[in-house]
Ligand binder design. Structure first.
Ligand code: BES
Ligand code: ZN
Ligand code: ZN
Length: 496
């Protein structure tokens, strides 16, 4: 998508459509929408009076130009409670409007950046939100149909009367990098498991490493066996697809010993293993690598932005399948850390492979950790698809991740890690077990992983709910959301 800036008012630009905003409980149009309204003979105002335009967040009303302005159409989009609109809602509104434009087959858009948003935030963040809103809102999943009609939005012109060119340009660049990375993660998560196999995932990682000049190490089965990574190898054994541990490293602050470690669950298909999932639950399990996708996509963006920080990504990839070699309930596995794991449930495989990945990230020098994983059905029960479940062993580090998420516009909600929950992962035969019944299912996942993070400040993000959107809404298409990518990039930027 081509992005351009102008000081010209929207009323005089010539695009297929211009987007203006309206907030709830305002009786008439304001700011740029006012100018357009006047040019159109107050047609927008009359729709407001008639109650057809309410300003509800994401409400889209498409009007023609009646020969009064150079642009072909006017799209009025609701901003919600105008005085409190935050960047999250602003992005949502832009996404809804630009998606509507794309669906109509329009190619070029003009968007007026409201001065109220610039005043409340700043030009960089406001423009970044516009770019993210359009690029995320108009994203479509890869299709495998012989006949697909592809609509494409080609260019967007942002009108800012009091334009600070440098700030706005920075906003465009950041918005493009953040959105492109998010869409890359969406693409990976959406790819079917027969296409995005563990090997294919490694190929994607290689491409990222080459493009961004990142150091890369890929541990294959024999290396994994030499290193004693039986946790990852045990889960992988039920499939012909094999296992890989992908390690990518970006060094933007060689003088510093601080290293941000990002770990992502890369189960390219989760059948549940011998304790097979009931069919309806298995259907979406191609997305069980959304954590790995988020980490890889974030590394792509970090390699492009080149912040002053060191970032290490560790991504275990495999399938959880069933054959004669598959790991069994009751098995005891020795992990890379030396700790033994009792397999209480073969479907709690994510935490098992992450155990080795977290330990390896520490071995490779990570001083702070964030893992991202579609770990539990329990988090979907607790938070639905609206928020990511967060757990941590370190309050300060959790606050830092929350701050990054807030800036990125992603919702994360912290769950408690009271010591008393520890009984659920205590094993009678091994150091830990990977499942302990139905209470506090999401927290059990966190507690199990904490046993491997040990003293290193660590945050666990359970994205089993937030990685998918059940329906199209705001910046989300139905399906993979690319959640956590923007938070991870933001974290790497702040980490320096
Ligand atoms: N991949 C699933 C979790 C999941 C559920 C992801 C729904 C996306 C949507 C995970 O490996 C799993 O199966 N977890 C089990 C754990 C249980 C056996 C302790 C679950 O949540 O049922
Ligand atoms: Zn599972
Ligand atoms: Zn899983």
């Amino acid at each position: 998508m081509e992005w351009k800036l102008t000081r010209e008012p929207l009323a005089s630009v010539a695009t297929d459509a211009i987007i203006v905003f309206h907030s709830k409980e305002k009786e008439s149009t304001q700011g740029m929408a006012r100018e357009i309204d006047e040019a159109l003979g107050f047609r927008i105002s009359s729709l407001i009076t008639a109650g057809e335009i309410t300003g509800k967040l994401g409400e889209v009303t498409q009007l023609h130009n009646w020969g009064k302005i150079p642009s072909g159409r006017v799209i009025v989009v609701g901003l919600g409670e105008g005085d409190q609109t935050d960047l999250h809602q602003f992005r949502h509104a832009i996404a809804a409007a630009s998606r509507a434009a794309k669906q109509k087959g329009l190619k070029s858009l003009g968007i007026g950046c409201p001065s109220s948003i610039i005043d409340r935030y700043n030009a960089v963040d406001a423009v970044q939100a516009i770019v993210e809103g359009v690029e995320l809102g108009t994203y479509e999943h890869q299709k495998y149909q012989s006949e697909t009609k592809k609509q494409e939005l080609k260019s967007v012109l942002i009108s800012i009367p009091q334009l600070n060119e440098q700030a706005a340009q920075a906003g465009i660049e950041r918005g493009q990098i953040f959105a492109r990375a998010t869409n890359f993660a969406r693409y990976l998560s959406h790819e079917p498991a027969n296409i995005l196999t563990p090997r294919r995932f490694v190929e994607h990682a290689k491409q990222v490493a080459e493009k961004r000049g990142l150091d890369m190490e890929v541990l294959d089965e024999s290396r994994l066996a030499d290193l004693g990574m039986q946790a990852l190898l045990s889960v992988a054994r039920g499939s012909e697809a094999g296992a890989r541990m992908i390690v990518l490293s970006y060094q933007g602050a060689p003088e510093s010993t601080e290293v941000l470690g990002l770990v992502g669950k890369g189960v390219t298909f989760d059948s549940g293993g011998l304790q097979l999932k009931p069919s309806p639950f298995m259907l979406d399990m191609k997305e069980d690598m959304a954590g790995a996708a988020a980490v890889l996509a974030a590394m792509d963006a970090i390699g492009e932005l080149r912040p002053h920080s060191n970032v290490l990504a560790v991504i275990p990839v495999c399938e959880n399948m069933v054959n004669g070699q598959a790991y069994r309930p009751g098995d005891v596995i020795r992990s890379f850390s030396g700790k033994t794991i009792e397999v209480a449930h073969t479907d709690a495989e994510g935490r098992v492979i992450l155990a080795d990945a977290i330990s390896y990230a520490k071995r490779k020098g990570a001083t702070r950790l964030v893992d991202v994983a579609t770990l539990t059905g329990a988090v979907v029960v607790a938070l639905g698809h609206e928020a990511t479940g967060m757990m941590s062993n370190d309050e300060e580090w959790a606050d830092e991740v929350k701050a990054a998420a807030r800036i990125a516009g992603e919702r994360m909600w912290e769950l408690p890690m009271y010591k008393e929950y520890g009984i659920y992962v205590e094993s009678e035969i091994a150091d830990v077990k990977n499942e302990g019944g139905s209470p506090a299912g999401c927290i059990q996942g966190g507690l199990f992983l904490q046993a491997f993070a040990e003293e290193t400040p660590w945050v666990h993000l359970d994205i089993a709910g937030s990685a998918t959107a059940p329906r199209e809404s705001g910046i989300f298409a139905k399906g993979a959301t690319g959640v956590a990518v923007r938070t991870l990039i933001q974290l790497a930027v702040r980490f320096g």
